[in-house]
Design a protein around this ligand. Sequence first.
Ligand code: NAG
Ligand code: NAG
Ligand code: NAG
Ligand code: NAG
Ligand code: NAG
Ligand code: NAG
Ligand code: NAG
Length: 664
Amino acid sequence: MSQPGVSAGPELPRMPRNKATRCLFVSLALALLLLVTSANAQTSALLWRSNWETPKPDPRSLNAVAQVFGAGCGSGCPNATLGVVQAAARTGTRGLKVVVFKGSPEASRVQMVTPVFLLSRGMSYTYCLWARSSSDELYGNRALNLDMMQAVTFATVQSLPIVVSRNWTQFCMGITELPTSFPTLNFNASSTSYLWSLNLAGSGDRIEFNFDDMTLTGRPNNLDATIMSKTAARIEQHRKGNFTLQFKGDRGVALPARMVTSFSLTQIKQSFPFGSAIQPDAINLLDPEMRPWFLDTTASMFNSIVPNSMFQWPEFEYAKGVFEDKQEMLLGPMYLGFAEQNGMIMQRGQALEWLTTDFGFGAHWSKQDGCEAYKGYLQTRVIRDVTAFKGKFQMYTVWNQLLHDRDWGDQCQLFSRTVKEAFWWAHAADPNATLCLNDFELIDGERWASMLQMVRQWQREGVPIHCIGIQAHLTPDLDPSVIQFRLDQLALTGLALHITELTLRTVSQPSPRFTGSEQQQADALVKYLSLFYSHPAVKGITLWGWWDTGHPVTNGGLVRTDQTMKPAALAVQQLWSNTWNTSITETNATIVLDADGGYAFRGFYGTYRYNVRLTTGQRLTGVVDFPMPRPLLAGVTPSQTVTLSFPTVTVRSPPRPPSPPSVA
Ligand SMILES: *[C@@H]1O[C@H](CO)[C@@H](O)[C@H](O)[C@H]1NC(C)=O
Ligand SMILES: *[C@@H]1O[C@H](CO)[C@@H](O)[C@H](O)[C@H]1NC(C)=O
Ligand SMILES: *[C@@H]1O[C@H](CO)[C@@H](O)[C@H](O)[C@H]1NC(C)=O
Ligand SMILES: *[C@@H]1O[C@H](CO)[C@@H](O)[C@H](O)[C@H]1NC(C)=O
Ligand SMILES: *[C@@H]1O[C@H](CO)[C@@H](O)[C@H](O)[C@H]1NC(C)=O
Ligand SMILES: *[C@@H]1O[C@H](CO)[C@@H](O)[C@H](O)[C@H]1NC(C)=O
Ligand SMILES: *[C@@H]1O[C@H](CO)[C@@H](O)[C@H](O)[C@H]1NC(C)=O
């Protein structure tokens, strides 16, 4: 191993050879140990790039690597060749061509590795490469494993399946926090050495890959350790608007302040969707005596709901063409009807499809007739159901967990085309619907880099994607400054971020449980809600259930099975009905109206009830909306004015200042 910062020059790569699983690999770059800690700018700095243009690759070293093929691993050896050729270039004149003639079950036997980088804590890094499967006769569109490994132990820090298709695609993997648990050997604790490796041999037989333009970028995390102390100010800035209520009497004449003896404004609803997953079956199965309590509690705590699994394809259309019962149940009075009746503002269809083979997805009828038939069924499903639920679901998770669950997608080569087409189908069926991807480890892991990269690529292609769903199955102890950093990264897409499945757990295996105190749960929930609500890109928060009965996390609900509220429920109520609520009372001594009868105030976006008493004895009351502007311009919250006309109020005008107030 070279010393940090010392260039070793062209040489044969020496890693990964651990535990007999790696008997050979393809090294594409020089096996240098690179010091990449020098990014001083606030923005991302390019730390390393390899595009096979310069230095001119040394044919001897490539030959030497090629000669290693087949050595030392007997008949299980893969057979592959590699070369730096013009035909494999994405940019410039050269790119790397790898042909795997014969795959190997041991994917790591042919792998592309980067040099070893010395990475520093306090930085975030993104490694990217461009890849395609170049030849039409050869089969592409298969998931390969991109691994980030600690260089000395070859322990995998994180792994990402990537799908290489015939079109050039950029793949990226990011890291915000270097694991502290890894041995640092001769390096000190502020930095450790890492490399990225792409395993190729597992791809199958006769596959040609092209690779070009590998980059490593880094930026100081600038993690803001004080972020929690700023949430209140950020909420004040991003969640409120300047509003004016204009009072006009008969003939549109402005009401003077002297006519108003009392005035109150009560916020009765938030514009910001705060919801919970509610399974329609669960409501139906409830003891009828319990049902009103369950529905009332839901409506009093939330302004948005999402069905847990009833809209998932295997449950929604469990046999081909049989979906009316579920459609009726969802559209009926106990579900979307209930939401509508209670003025709920955001219902999400979760999810149009999910490429896992678990949870009945693998056995679903749509997958029994082959890939081509499946694509047709999927198109029918998306168009039919998005049309049927138009205006009922305002938002859809089009694909659930696309970064994680790929089984069926790999089998049917859906990634280069079909996954994006589904967005087009949904968009055509309901152009008003907000269309999302939904995944985990986006803020509690490092998948943000892959999501960012994939979404940006889709945006360049014009795919109608409008939001990123962040599942947020969190433990209470996560560092808010790291979450903030990852939210900022995802926000670079310009898309709305929705927290879609918030749960709190302390234990994940064998099944999720919350084992901390109820107060700890309440504190963690307030911490995360405040952080999310203060982030301007976050456009909604949904909890994955609120009652311990039927909750996916044992003891994870806000309300105990005996229907009593835990501190977490009280804390949430306190936030929405008090901390994040604008309610105002004025008397005739304090109220100020401008010459147009305008009453100006700053408040949370939402719906307000006003109550005005006049010297005439008249009492005026009603409801007025100051909605969150969509899209919210960066940092600018335009003011909104609502005019209230009271033609029955006689206003003597113009009032003659010296004369005493006298009103009919
Ligand atoms: C590798 O595959 C190529 C193409 O099929 C063949 O020509 C070559 O002999 C094989 N080499 C080995 C060592 O099997
Ligand atoms: C740790 O390593 C860095 C980079 O090599 C160096 O700048 C720093 O002085 C070292 N710190 C200690 C405590 O040895
Ligand atoms: C909104 O009102 C606040 C004070 O209430 C004021 O500081 C701010 O400048 C106003 N913003 C706009 C855009 O008018
Ligand atoms: C590859 O890119 C071309 C040109 O942009 C496009 O027409 C084609 O549909 C793409 N193919 C796939 C499989 O995405
Ligand atoms: C989209 O929503 C708006 C407002 O609700 C409605 O007026 C419009 O007709 C809708 N457009 C379509 C294509 O459904
Ligand atoms: C906001 O506060 C007022 C006054 O306390 C209360 O009546 C109202 O219900 C609260 N709004 C919400 C949405 O909780
Ligand atoms: C406010 O109204 C009360 C009667 O409701 C009246 O006695 C008082 O003088 C008024 N004060 C002002 C400042 O107009």
